[in-house]
Design a protein around this ligand. Structure first.
Ligand code: FAD
Ligand code: PHB
Length: 403
């Protein structure tokens, strides 16, 4: 088999890349280890930066997002029993959209399938060959047959546990990592969201996050131990802890409902440099992980493939490798800014006290500052809504585009 770009992984990075390439007349084949049903049901991120929303709409995969996505013009920060609003619209004239990652995945798969795109689900035993030569290849097994896919380029979009990064010879990459001493216990509950906006709570007992997926479904998270045993968290204990941490003096608390799903996710930062080796390009979680407190993981994955698609389009149009050679440098400049922002949000909102109360007081001062200084609030807003993509001018708000 032959194609122009072989893509490993049908997550947001791999599918969006395949979609963008198709729009430029470039052929690709996507290889995914799991079934279509599995990737379409996997509950993960839910916040789309305005950049991501605009890209989905502009490239023709935003119809359902425009109907079902919830436009948020701000977020709330809650501490010391009170909630404080950060008004994105007022501060920077932009907004975010809440729309589940699995919905983005469904829309992208539907678009690729309609356009006749090739996606092999349940592709097994993938190995990469000839990455530093002119004709790399991917060996894999699908439908009970061993296959070999010859490509001009390979995009490693296979997440943090994929084989792409691991296929690069030792010594060619440097990794920078920070593991935080806590994790997130997340639940999805069948309960109408008790607030219209996302609420980040700092509490003496630890961080808590209130979010949602639809007018019927609430998404909630609690800071927990990195090795937390989910079996020790029956539903009543989860609700009790959520109420203790999130309840504010005005009587607000999240509304309860049947818990549909629960799980524990680690919190870490990781950056791989460079994000390319020969004809292999890493994109999304295969190249970097951000702590979820900034809601950036999926957005960063989409930002990478936007740069990669542009580089590949330039190569096929003119033979120039300039943009491809600059891929890593271009992406890393954004990745480190996003990493900084996610680290900052994480350090401000999680309980990580050394015992002497220094951090606790510093965090309260930080929250007080961010919610009382317009300049500090605007900095949070600018990063949360998404820094401008290289070579683009930020536009007026998504509310107009979406509604
Ligand atoms: P992925 O979405 O991981 O996609 C990679 C794809 O490659 C997967 O479909 C995988 O099955 C496939 N794959 C892996 N190995 C192979 C292989 N060897 N061969 C073929 N295919 C392979 N971010 C937030 O902002 N907020 C959140 O609340 C949040 N929650 C998260 C919860 C979890 C459990 C996880 C893991 C991540 C979460 N994230 C969250 C991060 C966000 O979801 C990711 O940043 C985003 O999915 C990155 O997209 P990606 O396409 O790079 O990788
Ligand atoms: C979510 O809705 O899942 C969500 C929202 C904000 C975050 C992380 C996750 O920072």
């Amino acid at each position: 088999m032959r194609t122009q770009v072989g893509i490993i992984g049908a997550g947001p990075a791999g599918l969006m890349l395949s979609h963008l390439l198709h729009r430029q007349g470039i052929e690709s084949v996507v290889l995914e280890a799991h079934t279509r049903q599995y990737v379409e049901q996997r509950v993960r991120a839910g916040v789309l930066e305005q950049n991501t929303t605009e890209l989905l709409i502009e490239t023709g995969v935003g119809a359902r997002l425009q109907k079902e996505g919830l436009v948020h013009r701000g977020i709330e920060l809650s501490f010391a029993g009170e909630r404080h609003r950060i008004d994105f619209q007022d501060l920077i004239g932009r907004s975010i959209t809440v729309y589940g990652q699995q919905e983005v995945i469904k829309d992208l798969i539907a678009a690729r399938v309609t356009a006749g795109g090739q996606i092999y689900f349940e592709a097994r035993g993938i190995s990469l060959e000839g990455l530093d030569g002119p004709t790399p290849a991917i060996r894999f097994e699908a439908d009970g047959e061993r296959r070999e896919l010859h490509c001009d380029f390979i995009a490693g979009c296979d997440g943090s546990h994929g084989i792409s990064r691991a296929s690069i010879p030792e010594g060619a990459l440097q990794t920078f990592e920070r593991i935080y001493p806590f994790a997130w216990l997340g639940i999805l509950a069948e309960a109408p969201p008790a607030s219209e906006e996302i609420i980040y709570t700092y509490h003496e007992r630890g961080f808590a996050l209130f979010s949602m997926r639809s007018p019927q479904i609430t998404r909630l998270y609690l800071q927990c131990a990195p090795d937390e045993d989910i079996a020790l968290w029956p539903d009543e204990r989860i609700w009790q802890e959520l109420h203790t941490r999130m309840g504010t003096r005005d009587g607000w608390r999240p509304s309860e409902g049947p818990i549909l799903q629960k799980g524990v996710t680690g919190v870490r930062s990781l950056v791989t440099e460079p994000m390319q080796y020969g004809r292999l390009f890493l994109a999304g979680d295969s190249a970097h992980i951000v702590p979820p407190t900034g809601a950036k993981g999926m957005n960063l994955a989409i930002a990478d493939v936007r740069v990669l698609a542009k580089g590949l389009a330039a190569f096929y149009a003119s033979g120039s490798r300039k943009l491809l050679d600059e891929y890593s440098t271009t992406c890393l400049s954004r990745v480190w800014k996003v990493q900084r922002f996610s680290w900052w949000m994480t350090s401000m909102l999680h309980r990580c006290d050394t015992g002497d109360g220094f951090d606790h007081r510093r965090q309260l001062a930080e929250l007080d500052y961010v919610t009382s200084s317009r300049a500090a609030a605007a900095s949070l807003a600018e990063n949360y809504v998404g820094l401008p993509m290289e070579g683009t001018t930020p536009r007026a708000n998504t509310c107009e585009i979406v509604r």
